[in-house]
Every structure is written in structure tokens, then in C-alpha cells.
Design a protein around this ligand. Structure first.
Ligand code: FDA
Length: 460
């Protein structure tokens, strides 16, 4: 076993861990970052598949994400806008393909009225929610006891309106069916983006991409941190003592993080991993009861991000923006995802939660055929024959186990939310899945990395 002594050991080289490390190093602290994978970035990963550059994980930047935008500026990274000129496609319950502009889908007038009314109601409720403390809302418990699906049923009997509003939070964000999470969890998701209207507005929420891919953020941070990062080092055990600041007993410091070949002794540890992976590590002594309990009430959503690359962005020739939605389609949303300065055209589509379970029970060939068939309903037959086809399957990734992120089960947010980020002795927690603003996004990961570094620097 190699032994290293440092001020702070950080578990996880995603955006949260690397931001915390950068802040601590800039303040003169020594850090070691232990990363399980053989690369940095976690859920940010740009790869070349059969000659096509694909963003396998997170990619979009929205204008409210100031922490991310500041980091992009610090690293000198350039952004470009998602292609959005032309008409969008909506497929209705009868399978009829309709073209539209703006945010409201081309649905019957009554349904449109219901959708607009629901958006207004949700915006008003979201305005009362502090994303950093959704459990502090006077009706938090009540809102956490009712599923989002049920809450929608109490508001309207219009199926199409409910399905569309549900889709923006369920399939498109938490990537769980809307009966599987509470109304409070849905309000947190919207509050973290500023309003429900922002979530509905694809031009806002999916505004920009980074030239070369969003993984440039962790790669840029990692370059500056250099040898402080140790790859291929899954942390198996954390030994810790209640007291911090070198006062620990058996371990001589506050914590020891143990991998298969390293023992890192430090005053503090930051667990910058998805919260569902916290209990995969052994703790000596065990974590307190509340931590054991709360992690059992969190689970990852699940979505397949589908990439289809074509010789040209052919849909643009027919005046289509590439933006497409349908709560009735296997692929419930799709966009033009053509890379900056790339003559080829790329479409990205998403197959979420139970639909994703369904297609994963098929062979790879059948799954591809079913997904492309759904995409072709939006863009026509040319969509059936991409030159490159790839499915991002984060559910199979041992060090992530789902996508996009973790959320609480029914009742869990009001009951345990406040404990999620509370440090335990020398053990601190940071991850996008614990953020208020920027929750489940890279912006939230950066915010959490900054917050936890500040707490350590202030001796909290
Ligand atoms: P993250 O999970 O990235 O990092 C944790 C790190 O810890 C990983 O590197 C992991 O390997 C490591 N680790 C885990 N256990 C360990 C152990 N025991 N020992 C050592 N290391 C360990 N966001 C956005 O802003 N815009 C977007 O468009 C999208 N889209 C999107 C699509 C897809 C398909 C996904 C999967 C995700 C997104 N996201 C997104 C979400 C975004 O990618 C995500 O919120 C952040 O990248 C999370 O960063 P963190 O650092 O918090 O965790």
C-alpha cells in the first residue's frame, strides 16, 4: 500500500469533485483526488464513435447557469447555439404529425388552455419554493405525499395536457414515470431551473453547447490539478474519527480513504459521488443511522440518450428545426445535435424510464430498429439509416448506475432532504444531485463543489 498524506482527499473526479479541488488548491490546501474510472469527468464524457464526436453524457448549457458559465470563461471555452431555425414537430395521440413554432404544442384549443393554465399554476407554486430548502415550504409534507401524476389529475381531466406537462419533468428531467416521484420533487426540479416555464422552453434549457464537448470542463480543471488526481482508484473504505483537524485517534488524521493500492490520510474527505454510490463504500465506524436511512430513499432515473449521425442535416432542407416532442412516442423528445463546424448532421433523441426498460428487453438490433422507427415519425424515412448510431447507456456504468441523476422516492425529500448535504464529522458531500439551483446539472455540481470547499476553508 502506498501512503499519501494531504489536507483534503476528494473521492470522485466529476465536475463537483474537481471544482472543490481547484478551490482548495487555490486557497493553498493540499488535495488528492481519487477517481474510480480511468478518466475524469464522470457523467461528462465526449468520445469518438466510428469517427463521430459524441457527447455521451451532459452537454447543454442554459443562460441561468452562472456557475457553469463562469467556469467556461475561466477555462477559455467557447460555446455555440443549438440549431433551432425552422419548424418543430409534435406527434399527437392519433399519431398525426403536426408542425409548430414557439413553445406550446399544436393541440386542440381546450387542451392548449389546460396546458397554459397548468404552466401558470406550476410557475406560481415554484415561485414559493426555495430550491436550496424545498422541505421548508409550509405544504412540503403534503406536496411530498402525492405523486406528480396524481397532483396533475387533481388539476385537469385532459389527458393530453397532463401527459405533456408530466413529460417535461418525468421523461425529460427526472427520467422516472410521473407516478414514481412527488409533486414536491417536481417543484424542486422546476425551481432549480428558475421556473416551470424555463423547463418548457427548449431554447432556454437547451441553449448552448461547448466547442469540443462539455467534458472540456473537467478535462480543463484536471489539467491544472495535474498529479493530484489518481485515476483507476475506486475508494473501497473510509476510516474516520468524529473529530477533525488531525485529531483523529486510530488513524492519526481525521480520515483515511483506502483504495486497492493507496491509503490517503487527510483531515477531511469530500465524497463527490452520486449519492446512490455513497453506501457502496464501507465506513469504519459506520455512518450514522440517518445517513444509512436516507440513501435508501434515493434512486437514479434512467434514460437512453440516442445519437444518430447522417451525411447531412437533411431535416433542415425541409425547414425543420430538428426539435421534436411527443408524449405518445417511444422517443419522447429529439433535437438537432450537429456538432460545431461539422458538415454531417446529428440527431439526439431520448427514451426514458419504463420505455427504456422495455427496449432493453429486446436484442440490440430490434432496439435500434424500434428507436429509429420512432425518430423517423418526426423526420421522415431518411432518419432510418444513420451512418453512425449509438446509445448512451449509463445504467450499465458501475460508477454511475443511471441517468441523468438521483431523486427521492415519495415522501423522501421532505423527510430527509435537509440531511443530504450535512457533513458527518470530517466527511463532506458534494454532487449535482444534492444541489438546489442547477440540481441534476453541471451547474449544480460546480455550485456544490464551491460550497463544500468554502465550508472546509471556513473550518465548518
Ligand atoms: P459525477 O457522477 O459526474 O462524478 C462522480 C465521480 O465519482 C465519477 O467520476 C465516478 O466515477 C466517481 N466515483 C464514484 N464512486 C467512486 C468511488 N467509490 N471511488 C472513486 N471514485 C468514485 N447536465 C447538464 O448540465 N446539461 C446536460 O445537457 C445534461 N445532460 C445529461 C445527459 C446524460 C446522458 C447524463 C448522464 C447526464 C446529463 N447531465 C446534464 C447531468 C450532468 O452530467 C451531471 O449532473 C454532472 O456531470 C454530475 O457531476 P458530479 O461531479 O456531481 O457527479
Amino acid at each position: 500500500m502506498e501512503r499519501i498524506d494531504t489536507d483534503v482527499v476528494i473521492v470522485g473526479a466529476g465536475a463537483a469533485g474537481l471544482t472543490a479541488a481547484t478551490k482548495l488548491v487555490n486557497a493553498g490546501r493540499s488535495v488528492v483526488v481519487l477517481e474510480a474510472r480511468d478518466r475524469v469527468g464522470g457523467r461528462l464524457w465526449t468520445d469518438t464513435i466510428e469517427g463521430a464526436m459524441l457527447e455521451i453524457g451532459g452537454q447543454w448549457v442554459s443562460p441561468d447557469q452562472d456557475a457553469l458559465i463562469e467556469t467556461l470563461d475561466e477555462l477559455g471555452l467557447e460555446t455555440y447555439s443549438r440549431y433551432r431555425e425552422g419548424e418543430n414537430v409534435y406527434i399527437d395521440k392519433d399519431g398525426v404529425r403536426r408542425l409548430f413554432e414557439g413553445e406550446i404544442f399544436p393541440v386542440p384549443a381546450k387542451t392548449e388552455g389546460e396546458i397554459v393554465g397548468l404552466i401558470e399554476k406550476l410557475d406560481a407554486l415554484v415561485a414559493q419554493i426555495d430550491p436550496d430548502e424545498p422541505w421548508a415550504h409550509p405544504k412540503a409534507k403534503e406536496l411530498d405525499e402525492i405523486s406528480f401524476a396524481h397532483w396533475l389529475e387533481t388539476q385537469t381531466d385532459d389527458d393530453e395536457a397532463r401527459l405533456n406537462i408530466g413529460m417535461f419533468i418525468a421523461g425529460a428531467m427526472l427520467t422516472k414515470p410521473d407516478h414514481a416521484f412527488s409533486a414536491l420533487q417536481a417543484l424542486l426540479m422546476a425551481a432549480s431551473a428558475g421556473s416551470f416555464s424555463n423547463l418548457v422552453d427548449a431554447d432556454f434549457i437547451l441553449d448552448k453547447r461547448v466547442v469540443g464537448g462539455l467534458q472540456q470542463v473537467p478535462l480543463g480543471l484536471a489539467e491544472r490539478l495535474g498529479e493530484r488526481i489518481r485515476l483507476g482508484q475506486p475508494v473501497r473504505t473510509i476510516r474516520w474519527a468524529q473529530s477533525v483537524g488531525g485529531q483523529g485517534d486510530a488513524v492519526g488524521h481525521g480520515v483515511v480513504a483506502v483504495t486497492d493500492s493507496l491509503e490517503v490520510h487527510a483531515d477531511r474527505v469530500i465524497l463527490a459521488v452520486p449519492p446512490i454510490l455513497i453506501s457502496r463504500i464501507s465506513y469504519e465506524p459506520p455512518l450514522p443511522r440517518r445517513q444509512h436511512q436516507l440513501h435508501q430513499h434515493l434512486s437514479m432515473g434512467f434514460v437512453i440518450k440516442v445519437h444518430a449521425v447522417y451525411e447531412t442535416p437533411f431535416w433542415r432542407d425541409s425547414g425543420l428545426s430538428g426539435t421534436a416532442f411527443s408524449p405518445y412516442e417511444l422517443c419522447h423528445e429529439a433535437y438537432d445535435n450537429t456538432n460545431h463546424d461539422d458538415p454531417r448532421g446529428t440527431l439526439v433523441g431520448f427514451v426514458s424510464d419504463e420505455e427504456a426498460d422495455g427496449v432493453f428487453s429486446l436484442s440490440a438490433e430490434e432496439r435500434k430498429a424500434r428507436i429509429l422507427e420512432s425518430i423517423s415519425h418526426y423526420y421522415g424515412e431518411q432518419a432510418l439509416t444513420p451512418v453512425v448510431y449509438y446509445e448512451s447507456d449509463w445504467g450499465s456504468e458501475e460508477w454511475t448506475r443511471g441517468a441523468y441523476a438521483a431523486s427521492f422516492d415519495m415522501g423522501g425529500l421532505a423527510r430527509y432532504g435537509a440531511d443530504l448535504r450535512t457533513p458527518v464529522g470530517p466527511i463532506h458531500f458534494a454532487c449535482s444531485d444534492m444541489a438546489g439551483k442547477g440540481y441534476q446539472h453541471v451547474d449544480g455540481a460546480i455550485r456544490m463543489g464551491r460550497l463544500v470547499a468554502d465550508a472546509i476553508l471556513e473550518g465548518r
